[in-house]
Ligand binder design. Structure first.
Ligand code: ZN
Length: 281
């Protein structure tokens, strides 16, 4: 399923697999003056390619290598004769061989699917990716993943945040998330004068400074509470129940890969991923 909206020079594509007549777990890609920021998931890749059929494309930038952000890379690169793809250096091996480098849990295969391989070129913090009219500054923002970047257009005040900021008050996190890294990265982008924030899912925000500050305060406050309870000798499960509320649907869907417990473990620096599933299971 695909929906398109435009915002003064930025085209937004909301993309999701259609299950039982509805789009599920949407992800978002943007087109900025010929350059894509992310490409959605594999299940929506054909729809995105079709929607872009009449558009000029000069390249893709991936905010990170999660499968719901690189899903149409391969198709677009093949169709557009070697289209340039830029991403963090740690993302490039995943782009090149998603099945081997990013084994997917069953829920991820069902919701987003395995992207086709693509070849990327690395970007570094401070690099500027140009279009005819705009400049996208690369900002390293690890935490959600080690290879996460944000893109900032200083003249327009546009900020593309990928999955670093999608809003809301987190009560759960995925294995591998580094919550302290997320807080540091949020502080970095919160310091930028921003008029429009374009997230990797969820709604576009105008003048997002207040929401960014609130998110940072929320995560820091929760961190202080987690550490205090941990020092009192409370277990991870006890802390989860005390601070993160009741059971969540996403914990059942992901079999605990995305959970309240994982959020607490991240604050305690113990959120390494469990053994990844075999790509052939
Ligand atoms: Zn992600």
């Amino acid at each position: 399923m695909l929906k398109i909206r435009t915002y003064n020079g930025v085209t937004r594509f909301d993309l999701a697999r259609t299950l039982a007549g509805r789009g599920r777990y949407w992800t978002t890609a943007y087109l900025v003056d010929g350059r894509m920021v992310d490409t959605g998931c594999a299940h929506s890749a054909a729809e995105l390619v079709q929607a872009l059929a009449g558009e000029r494309l000069i390249g893709i930038v991936n905010t990170h290598s999660h499968e719901d952000h690189i899903g149409a890379n391969g198709r677009l690169q093949r169709q557009r004769d070697g289209l340039e793809i830029r991403a963090h250096p740690l993302a490039l091996p995943v782009l090149a061989d998603p099945r081997r480098r990013q084994p997917l849990h069953v829920y991820r295969r069902i919701l987003w699917g395995w992207p086709k391989p693509s070849q990327g070129w690395s970007v570094s913090d401070g690099d500027v990716i140009e279009t005819d009219r705009y400049r996208l500054q690369v900002i390293d923002t690890p935490g959600h993943s080690p290879d996460h970047i944000c893109l900032y257009e200083p003249d327009q005040g546009w900020l593309f945040t990928g999955d670093l900021f999608v809003g809301g008050r987190d009560r759960a996190m995925r294995a591998d998330y580094d919550v302290w890294g997320i807080i540091s990265s949020l502080k970095r982008i919160a310091a930028l004068p921003t008029t429009m924030l374009f997230p990797g899912s969820a709604r576009v925000r105008e003048n997002p400074a207040g929401e960014l500050a609130a998110k940072i305060a929320y995560l820091e406050e929760m961190g202080a509470q987690v550490l205090a309870l941990h020092q009192q000798g409370r277990s991870v499960d006890e802390i989860s129940r005390a601070l993160c509320g009741g059971p969540m649907l996403i914990e059942a869907i992901t079999l605990g890969h995305f959970s309240r417990r994982r959020m607490v473990l991240s604050y305690l620096g113990m959120n390494a991923s469990p053994s990844p599933p075999s790509p052939f299971s």
